[in-house]
Design a protein around this ligand. Sequence first.
Ligand SMILES: [Zn+2]
Length: 325
Amino acid sequence: MERQIDFSRDRHMLCGRCDQRWVVDLDWIDRWEQGQESCPGCGATCEHEDSPRVTVDPDEPALDDDQVARLAWYHTSTHPDWPARQFDPAAGLTALTRSRMGGEETVAEWVAYQRAKALHVGTYEAAVHNMLRRIHDQADHASQFYLYRVRLKPSVVVRDGWLVDPSNFVGDVTLDAVCPPGVDVARYLNYHEDPGGLSLALGQDAIISVQRVAVPLADAGDDDWVRSAVAALGDAPEVVAPATKRRSLFPLPPPSPRIRAGQELMTTLAGRLPVNLRDQFTWGAAFDDEDDPARWARRTSGLLELIVHPGAALAALDGEEPRPV
Ligand SMILES: [Zn+2]
């Protein structure tokens, strides 16, 4: 069962000082983060301790234990076979890395920790937001991503209530830290991605099957925008940085005309997004002199489509055979 996908929906706030609850839009949260709004109950701003934060919408369908396994859940990953049954996190470690980590015993402990980590699934919005964050963090700037739709076993046992986001910023939490024996799935309030949404920490055994599509979808973007972007980048002279050795990293050379053209294109496109995604989108997908203009424009437009027209991604998933896990 699909929930309505809406990246711009209003959010519920809860003040930790005065227990005031109220509903805001994303622009309010943006102003709040800049110190321009305050709690209507006690006047606390974002700089106060225990100041208001997003909280779970009381009408959230995943609050109903019986609905958790019926809902569609999502995940984005650069792994083409997530979640991998035969997962060997040490497979890529060289002998040198193993010795630098402290030897085989330490490597074995690290492997055990990696295998004990919970999987995370969430709303479609959270999965796309997670991908944007990873693209923005640059390590995955050019990586191929996959969007997974996850079906849970109808028999899963859901932990009572919900937790406050238990993971660190990269999502590391061990399964037994959040799911005591006999429990398969723990709900948690997500602060980082689709803020205020409920995500799940779970083990692989809670999943029946997944469907997968590569994202952004091929040929999903706005062709008119792609054509005009390629033309704008093509008109901007390509300036190759001189190969002389600079004595200092600073000052940085000014951006090339093509990079400036790319920045203008991004600013226009990002204006179509909800305010809380604009920075990650603008800087994560920014044009680089090494990018091929046509490939960059299609990818960027395809990323935008995942947010403004999510129905296309859902339809593509519908066409994929579920893979048993
Ligand atoms: Zn308050």
